[in-house]
Design a protein around this ligand. Structure first.
Ligand code: ATP
Length: 237
């Protein structure tokens, strides 16, 4: 069943059109990839899905409900969460405080405590570094923290924008394991923008190819594992 549907979506910056009729459907419970060269509009698409950019045409529905005109806040309340490129954690707050900030939206202290425990159970990697300040974490640890913080609202759809950017290979493997584990422990759908083919191949059930602001095809995990096919579709290897 489709969780997120995007139909004929157009968006851009001022008068510069970037998305030029995006059509895609993200199945509930799936891990769906979006692959494309630099500047093809991947981040613009994610920000438009989150409501940070207003589309000039088209429709976005979540669980059958039209969210095209909803605020970012309204979309978060409906279950969307976004980990932007660059991650945006609070570098002068500790790991624990970063998570507490994310949990402030929950109505009671008791619920905040329960949710914190659940997040640390899902991401035990954070336990030993709870008192460390966000700014001194490695890129990989910051990414894990950003994912943890996005879970504070207990999202149904998690959007990750290039989570492996600038991260050392051993932690990339760890993030793959974390996302696989989250898939088992939570009822989570993930939309994943990436340039690293092996990362997307390890996680995505389907990958949409974006070129110059439109979706030009989809790749199965088997096709993703064949560099020639990917090169042909995307020009990436
Ligand atoms: N705030 C902005 N104002 C004007 N143009 C922008 C803005 N942000 C992005 N663009 C342009 O929009 C186009 C698409 O950018 P976008 O960031 O969506 O691409 P991307 O596929 O995510 O690439 P990357 O992997 O480099 O982030 C690019 O040509 C970019 O220069």
């Amino acid at each position: 069943m489709t969780l997120l549907a995007i139909e004929g979506l157009h968006a851009g910056y001022g008068r510069i059109p970037i998305l030029q009729g995006i059509d895609m459907a993200v199945a509930r419970g799936s891990f769906t990839g979006v692959l494309g060269h630099n500047g093809m509009g991947k981040t613009t698409l994610m920000r438009t899905i989150m409501g940070q950019i207003t589309p000039t045409a088209g429709r976005i529905t979540l669980d059958g409900q039209d969210i095209t005109r909803l605020s970012t806040h309204g979309r978060a309340a409906k279950g969307l969460a976004y980990v932007p490129q660059g991650r945006e954690i609070f570098s002068n707050l500790t790991v624990e405080e970063n998570l507490q900030m994310g949990l402030l939206g929950l109505p009671s202290r008791a619920e905040q405590k329960t949710e914190m425990a659940r997040i640390l159970e899902d991401l035990p990697r954070l336990k030993p570094i709870l008192t460390r300040s966000g700014g001194v974490l490695s890129g990989g640890e910051q990414q894990i923290l950003a994912i943890a913080r996005s879970l504070c609202t207990n999202p149904t759809l998690l959007i990750l924008d290039e989570p492996t950017e600038g991260i050392q290979p051993s932690i990339v493997e760890e993030i793959i394991d974390i996302l696989h584990a989250l898939r088992k422990s939570r009822d989570l759908t993930v939309l994943l923008v990436e340039q690293k083919l092996d990362f997307i191949e390890a996680l995505a059930d389907t990958t949409f190819v974006i070129q110059r602001g439109t979706i030009t095809g989809t790749l199965s995990p088997k096709e993703m594992s064949d560099p020639d096919t990917v090169r042909e579709f995307v020009g990436l290897s």
